[in-house]
Write a protein that binds this ligand. Sequence first.
Ligand code: PHE
Length: 449
Amino acid sequence: MSQQEQWKSKLGFILAAAGSAIGLGAIWKFPYVAGTGGGGAFFLLFLVFTFVLGMPLLLGEFIIGRRGQSDPVNTYRKLTDNPKWSLIGKLGVFTCFMLLSFYSVVGGWIILYILKIFTGAFNGLTQDQYGALFGEIIANPLTTLTAQLVFLFITILVVAKGVQKGIEVASKVMMPALLILFIGLVIRSLSLEGAMDGVEFLLVPDFSKLTSESILFALGQSFFTLSLGVSVMVTYASYLPKKQNLPQSAISIIALNIVIALLAGLAIFPGVFSFDLEPNAGPVLIFSVLPAVFNQMPFGMYFFLAFLILFLFAALTSAFSMVEIIVAAVTKNKQEKRKKTTWIVGILIFVVGIPSCLSYGVLADVKLFDKTFFDLVDFAVSNVLMPLGALLIAIFVSRKVSKDVLYEELRQGSRISQSFFSIWYFLLKYVTPIAIIVVFLDVLGLFKW
Ligand code: PHE
């Protein structure tokens, strides 16, 4: 058994776990699913799911991760006597694999946008032209595939180097920079003509817009943005020293994540309404709206460039965590196998991701269940596999690990009270599983409303 590596500092862990959480989910996915799912009501539901289900789960993953001090598969084996539970870890590894296969496609789009800026292609276009330009860029199979490959290449290069050097150091500078740039962007966006319609769309709930499907999307989104249900947080917490305050870490990560999602929403929707666009444009939403907003700023293209670099970084730190858990599971944390495994995993993900990448070009008309490959994999990962993993983890933590062990582990590094523990335990044991099951059944049409 190899000695578990540990994070260098307390801040290092929070930044790395927040780095996993904050990524395309908050910045790219949130605006488009909120736009499709009904705006304010969706946002509210997302918040409720995040606090009532996401927070207890995140803490649950931290607790078993630090307790198990192992890889995502063996952690479950170590904490119970029934080896079948390690399937949760395997499911998480598979989910991350599929997730990265389309995540890297979007990562590639960001890279292409960065390159395009240098050609001056975004200067002074009309809104329609921005939309058309993006369509043109992502329809080209050769460039998008190359960009996806580059995104994966960077990810693999960093992860192959190992947890500490690879992930922790890089996370420290970029996150605050992203936050600052976002605030600037929101200020510009809010001063666009008609901006308040966008703010209203995002913040004022209209519950008549909710459907069974948008409820499922809100549930999936709350797990997606916190990297839950796939044992990523379990794995990251296994590199933690006992003195880390787990509840505090969970709360900071959730708060940061919500702030970023809110800022993303406030940056996008005023633009959408001001430029007369459709909020339900789907995955392409932010790519067609943001250049137009930046274009309205002085030195806009420089800021846009800075934004894209930080955005790329946020996507990369999430991608690192996906590869990290796959590699940790395959190598069982044996350092000597790390490099080779990481490269093989990267190549496989690229191959599996090809159809998703081509979904906006040559395979645009190939549909399964009325969805393109890209949409199908996204849907399966975000709205089926992640909630399913979350359900299993909630059951595992609350019913398979003894209450005393949980309490003891939670209290290491924090001084939480017995009543905090009881509320947390209740949420995880009853509320989380029941809520996930009800949302699933609702989508299957079991409740008529
Ligand atoms: N939370 C990441 C994001 O929002 C996505 C992610 C999910 C990363 C699951 C790791 C595991 O972009």
